[in-house]
Design a protein around this ligand. Structure first.
Ligand code: NAD
Ligand code: UDP
Length: 342
């Protein structure tokens, strides 16, 4: 199949592109590089032996996007592009609604116009709001605590309505839990701009000495050790979930959780990271982060049964691969920096 991957140079998109190529699909990546680097393209070309197209295009630019879709004979769309910082969405909500809703609307309009039957959307466990885990796809969605989460719930609604009005448009909504880790090569991974908000990139930067110590948000949650519990999933397993979803797309709307089904606490992650990588992570406990809840983990029975997908990598793999990427990427950036000063 020919798959258009919006946001395909980003963290999850780049890993998914590799798995799509490995599965024999043709891909066209569309990305405006607002939160990714052009080097990722070079790295994808190093890792994969298959060729693919790249278009530097803003998905908000409908006319430009249409020329790409029009030329392409596209069989399916996987839509990753969007803004994803929860904190930034609180301080700049209009930008989050503008980008996340309009990118989704533009791609959906083109899917309908060009009769593209498969559309996979990056949703998030955040749409469950503060509901009690394990979270099941069929349960009622609760309000989220921030504009980012609201954009995900709204995009789900837009895609539901569009599919109902256009029965040829098959949609899969994938609700991700907490993707961490990196490709085994250590070439691509999560490389946020500025100080990371998420746990794993913060840990790897502390390990590397870029940040002094990890601040753990709260040790008084009603969990095993008092720290927050999340369903961490290896980004390569997550990537494989997308390939299963697009290959098995049915008509109508399907919704799946992509997680492991198992919760791991912040302290457990730290201890595992220290053990498998043989180093120490200095940390301190501080107050809870606003909007955080104690436990978030998935029920993954539906996705296993219907897509035949399940995770293959454990927390140790996630910690090892995240650390390998941090090391290789830091070295890569240092070499590039010294190249510039030659
Ligand atoms: P990312 O920021 O690394 O990737 C998004 C990519 O989209 C980037 O390469 C960016 O340059 C591109 N992009 C953004 N706006 C664009 C636009 N207008 N036109 C073209 N390209 C644009 O994010 P990610 O972590 O890979 O997440 C991918 C998707 O998954 C996002 O929609 C995100 O909200 C969702 N998601 C992520 C997580 C997570 O923890 N990473 C969890 C749940 C859901
Ligand atoms: N967390 C933390 N310190 C950090 C970042 C995160 O203690 O610097 C905790 C956070 O409170 C949550 C877990 O780690 O319990 C996962 O947080 P992350 O931001 O990675 O994901 P999300 O909150 O979106 O599930």
């Amino acid at each position: 199949m020919h798959i258009l991957v919006s946001g395909g140079l980003g963290y999850i998109g780049s890993h998914t592109c590799l798995v799509l190529l490995e599965a024999g699909h043709t891909i066209s990546i569309v990305d405006n590089l607002i939160n990714s680097k052009i080097e990722t393209l070079e790295k994808l070309r190093i890792i994969s032996t298959s060729d693919f197209q790249f278009y530097q295009c803003d998905i908000l630019d409908y006319e430009h996007l249409e020329t790409i879709v029009h030329e392409g004979n596209v069989d399916g769309i996987i839509h990753f592009a969007g803004l994803k910082s929860v904190g930034e969405s609180v301080s700049n909500p209009l930008e989050y609604y503008r980008v996340n809703l309009n990118t989704t609307i533009n791609l959906t309009r083109l899917a309908v116009k060009y009769k593209i039957p498969r559309f996979v959307f990056s949703s998030s466990a955040t749409v469950y709001g503060s509901a009690k885990s394990p979270l099941v796809e069929s349960q009622k969605l609760l309000p989220t605590t921030n504009p980012y989460g609201e954009t995900k719930a709204m995009c789900e609604k837009i895609l539901n309505d569009a599919s109902q009005a256009n029965p040829n448009l098959g949609v899969t909504l994938l609700r991700y839990f907490n993707p961490i880790g990196a490709h085994e090569s250590g070439l691509i991974g999560e490389n946020p701009n500025g100080t990371p908000n998420n746990l794993m990139p913060y840990i790897t930067q502390v390990a590397k000495g870029k940040l002094e110590k990890l601040k753990i948000f709260g040790n008084d949650y009603p969990t095993n050790d008092g720290t927050g519990v999340r369903d961490f999933i290896h980004v390569m397993d997550l990537a494989k979930g997308h390939v299963a979803a697009i290959e098995k797309q049915k008509s109508g709307v399907q919704v799946y959780n992509l997680g492991t089904g198992k919760g791991t606490s912040v302290l457990e992650i730290i201890k595992t990271f220290e053990r498998v990588n043989n180093l120490e992570i200095p940390y301190e406990f501080i107050e809870r982060r606003n909007g955080d809840i104690a436990e978030v983990y998935a029920n993954v029975l539906k996705v296993g049964k219907e897509l035949g997908w399940k995770t293959e990598r454990n927390i140790e793999d996630m910690c090892r691969d995240a650390w390998r990427f941090e090391n290789q990427n830091s070295q890569y950036e240092e070499e590039k920096f010294s190249e510039l000063w030659k």
